[in-house]
Design a protein around this ligand. Structure first.
Ligand code: PRP
Ligand code: HPA
Length: 176
């Protein structure tokens, strides 16, 4: 409901000039520090996604874990972490994606998703969409079905939502 979404938005501080001059950084740590805002966020996702038949929640390191894991518990399904290279101990698959300057790689355990899994992807924030596009590729390579991605906040005007929609994803963001 609108009050919940306003509470969530208000709980996210905006930090000017971090990590560099001219950037307005949206800081979800202030949301996490407010138990009502944090609970309201997880409940908003739950209301949207419960009963849709998801079998796994995937969250991306690090801040995606903070929203994906509590949501997985509430949905009664497993949580799968997507991590930066070298952090996962079993056999992994990797996807490399472009950043503004350079590139980055994400990894997932090969046995974490099984063919036919219906996967919900969760992250704190949508910017360019590169992180979640790579995450979705990992899930699909393992035979998982993924058509929904959920974010607490989306940065407008930089094309992340369109990029994910072009990958066949329905995007939910609780605020901008
Ligand atoms: C941030 C954020 C998202 C991603 C969004 O994570 O938490 O995961 O960037 O950007 P994109 O849509 O342009 O891919 P970051 O890489 O800073 O990692 P962290 O959560 O470990 O701090
Ligand atoms: N906040 C948090 N993470 C981010 C941002 C931001 O404004 N931009 C890109 N990643």
């Amino acid at each position: 409901n609108p009050d919940s979404l306003a509470l969530i938005k208000q709980s996210i501080k905006t930090i000017p000039d971090y990590p560099k001059a001219g950037i307005l950084f949206r800081d979800v740590t202030s949301l996490l520090e407010d138990p009502i805002a944090y609970q309201t966020t997880i409940r908003a996702f739950l209301e949207h996604y419960q009963g849709l038949g998801f079998t796994k929640v995937v969250g991306t390191e690090a801040r995606g874990f903070l929203f994906g894991a509590p949501l997985a518990l509430e949905l009664g399904v497993g949580f799968v972490p997507v991590r930066k290279p070298g952090k996962l101990p079993r056999e992994t698959i990797a996807e490399t994606y472009e950043l503004e300057y350079g590139h980055d790689t994400l990894e997932m355990h090969v046995d974490a998703i099984v063919p036919g899994d219906k996967v919900l992807v969760v992250d704190d924030l949508l910017a360019t969409g590169g992180t979640i596009e790579a995450t979705v590729k990992l899930i699909r390579r393992l035979g998982g079905e993924v058509s929904h991605a959920a974010f607490v906040i989306s940065l407008p005007d930089i094309g992340g939502e369109k990029r994910l929609q072009s990958q066949g994803l329905e995007v939910l963001k609780l605020c901008e």
